[in-house]
Design a protein around this ligand. Structure first.
Ligand SMILES: CC(C)(COP(=O)(O)OP(=O)(O)OC[C@H]1O[C@@H](n2cnc3c(N)ncnc32)[C@H](O)[C@@H]1OP(=O)(O)O)[C@@H](O)C(=O)NCCC(=O)NCCS
Length: 170
């Protein structure tokens, strides 16, 4: 399964991505925006374990993002359970050298269409930490709606932050 929009491709993760994934993920400017379950510092072993977990998924929930043919990051849908089973949380990151080229906006468009079209999702949402304006802008560019602020919902790196909630409905 490959999803393509111009110079951006989403594809299954493979073990050959481990070196690039480690080099790009082991960066505080990336990890400070993500959940604590993404290790920091990020080691080659972290990348291997994570790729092993993802690489044979069916259907695929975690994609590699390729830009002009090279691995630059990851985008995922984390499906919820029980009465929330038609909802997923979207999550994404790319390496700092690749920021500001419109890559993630294309990746979000691709995975959102895939989630609604192939995974039988009705709602895709996430929460963005108050200091991450670039990520808010990405979701706004992709037609996600700002739903409000969960005050002090995030405890990250020793401090509390507001969380800005965004969603898109099928
Ligand atoms: C946030 C992130 C995903 C953005 O990816 P990207 O490919 O650089 O995003 P795009 O180029 O598609 O769009 C970024 C938009 O934000 C804008 N932007 C960038 N920095 C900004 C800032 N400090 N304040 C406001 N807007 C900003 C850009 O101008 C662009 O908008 P435009 O197209 O209208 O000009 C990327 O920087 C990243 O991976 N960061 C680390 C991990 C992360 O934050 N993940 C998301 C967690 S919710």
């Amino acid at each position: 399964m490959e999803l393509i929009k111009e110079d951006v491709k989403l594809r299954r993760l493979k073990l050959e991505d481990q070196t690039a994934a480690t080099a790009l993920a082991n960066n505080k400017n990336v990890s400070k925006n993500l959940r604590d379950r993404m290790p920091s510092p990020y080691t080659l072993q972290d990348a291997i374990e994570w790729i092993e977990f993802c690489k044979d998924q069916s259907p695929i929930y975690n994609f590699a993002i390729e830009y002009e043919g090279g691995y630059v990051g990851t985008i995922s849908l984390d499906r919820e359970e029980d009465v929330y089973r038609h909802t997923a949380e979207i999550g994404y990151w790319i390496g700092e050298p690749h920021w500001g080229k419109g890559i993630v906006a294309k990746a979000v468009t691709l995975i959102t269409d895939y989630g609604f079209g192939h995974l039988n999702l009705t709602r895709i949402h996430t929460g963005i930490y108050e200091y991450n304006e670039a990520s808010m802008r990405v979701l706004e560019k992709c037609g996600y709606k700002f739903e409000g602020i969960f005050e002090k919902n995030v405890y990250k790196d020793g401090a509390f932050y507001n969380e800005h909630r965004y969603s898109k409905i099928k």
